[in-house]
Design a protein around this ligand. Structure first.
Ligand SMILES: Nc1nc2c(c(=O)[nH]1)N[C@H]1C(S)=C(S)[C@@H](COP(=O)(O)O)O[C@H]1N2
Ligand SMILES: [Mo]
Length: 330
């Protein structure tokens, strides 16, 4: 077993939405989450095994991976929040450029069998989460997603070798899916006819039934979400134009963002940039405040198929900010 250099759940979250001013989030500002601790990745000779329902099982080391054709994807990276509290938004999000080998290329090289329905990904971290010992971190994704050409076995983050806290030397990246599916410290990809039986796919990261979905639902595709970057409180003055802007994202491209400055009584349609790869999209709306005092700003994103953000407690609840409109600055 790989030695652990940190034990138990932990997270780093330095940027609040006001600080997310860059299209590409610098690695130093990117949140990080781990459930079981952080493994000592120097402690093992790194290999990635592809096995299960394949006719040509493969074991690759880092040099093998580096020698294969490399691809890049810009992708929003969002944590689904605590699996024990999916109704509490955490706004742990960034937008980064991942580089590495296409998952599809590796699966094709291993010759997957027709009965393979899921790709199960295994990390070498182990330890205690929610008072239970887990001997690995394990996730799954449907084979159709794994073969769509977007997922990577990533070796770089924003062009630099993948830092250990972000899963280096090798992690899975599944653009359009919540961060929980992007297994860090990746050591095995196992093709299976069934979903994984791991606690991280059965007990955790399964959303309880809702009115529209009678069964538990895996926390896979990103639901529409958005946040305001600017203005922050203290930057808005009576009669002075400001730009209200922020980022919006979803598994599918966001096709509309609406903004309110009166706590949701009226909504205006913002301009939304086109999506690049699976990245977040900038939206903006000019505003000249015409009355003094407290204002509740909020934004909500929607996709072409009509999926949008709820006003009720949910991980992608509509993002709000209270700002105070003051006398014109002198
Ligand atoms: N092996 C392993 N992979 C993991 C996790 C983990 O605990 N162990 N946490 C997941 C969760 S919940 C998230 S949000 C992302 C966080 O990735 P980051 O730390 O690079 O931001 O990694 C995912 N991959
Ligand atoms: Mo997460």
């Amino acid at each position: 077993m790989t030695r652990m250099i940190r034990e138990g759940f932990g997270l780093v979250q330095t940027l609040r939405p006001e600080g997310m001013t860059d299209f590409v989030t610098p690695a130093a500002g990117l949140f990080s989450v781990w459930h079981l601790g952080i493994p000592d990745v120097q402690d093992r000779a790194w290999t990635l095994t592809i096995d299960g329902l394949v006719s040509r099982p493969l074991t690759l080391d880092l040099d093998d991976l580096r020698r294969l054709p490399q691809a890049n994807v810009t992708s929003v990276h969002e944590c689904a929040g605590s699996p024990l509290k999916p109704e509490v938004p955490q706004r742990r999000v960034g937008n980064v450029r991942w580089g590495g080998v296409r998952l599809r290329d590796l699966l094709e090289a291993a010759r997957i069998e027709p009965s393979a329905a899921y790709v199960i990904s295994v990390g070498c971290d182990h330890g205690t989460f929610d008072s239970v010992h887990h001997d690995r971190y394990e996730k799954d994704l449907p084979i159709s997603k794994a073969l769509d050409g977007s997922s990577l076995v990533a070796l770089t983050l924003n062009g630099e070798p993948l830092p250990a806290e972000h899963g280096g030397p090798v992690r899975l990246v599944v653009p359009g899916y919540y961060g929980t599916n992007s297994t860090k410290w990746l050591t095995e990809l196992r093709l299976s006819g069934h979903r994984s039986a791991s606690a991280f796919t059965t007990r955790y990261y399964m959303d309880p039934p809702t009115a529209g979905a009678p069964d538990d639902t895996p926390v896979w595709e990103l639901a529409p979400n958005s946040c305001l970057v600017a203005p922050a409180d203290g930057q808005v003055h009576l009669g002075q134009p400001v730009e209200i802007w922020g980022w919006a994202w979803a598994a599918e491209p966001v096709t509309s963002v609406e903004v309110t400055t009166d706590g949701g009584q009226t909504w205006a349609t913002a301009q939304v940039a086109d999506r690049i790869d699976y990245g977040w999209q900038r939206f903006s709306l000019p505003w000249t405040p015409s009355c003094l005092g407290e204002h509740i700003l909020a934004c909500r994103a929607a996709t072409r198929d009509g999926k949008t953000q709820p006003a009720t407690a949910r991980r992608n609840r509509i993002y709000q900010r209270i700002i105070f409109v003051t006398q014109e600055a002198t």
